[in-house]
Design a protein around this ligand. Sequence first.
Ligand SMILES: [Zn+2]
Length: 117
Amino acid sequence: MSRYCKYCKQIISGRTDKKFCDINCRTAFHNSRLNEKETVIQKVNKILRKNRSVLKFVSPQGKTTVRKSLLLNQGFNFHYYTHHYTTKNGNTYTFCYDYGYLELEDQKVLVISKQVK
Ligand SMILES: [Zn+2]
């Protein structure tokens, strides 16, 4: 039975437990796997940065109530955030780095900025 290199797909000769033709294919394969992971991280980082810039854009003074639709129109993605913060009175803010928002009634959000401690 022929075995094929996991990277270049060429037939491998020699030992039957080999997965790559040589060290070069092995290294290239692992590098490409690493790049896939990096790409995922970069995509998420890009969305988070975009979210932060939208929050900053709508709330330059650091505390503003806006409609959710305004954030969405600016390209905000509510599925991505960095963390939550719950205040003493039980309000949970959703943060993208140092900018966060609190969901209010009537499809509105309170956008704030916060110093990172
Ligand atoms: Zn190969």
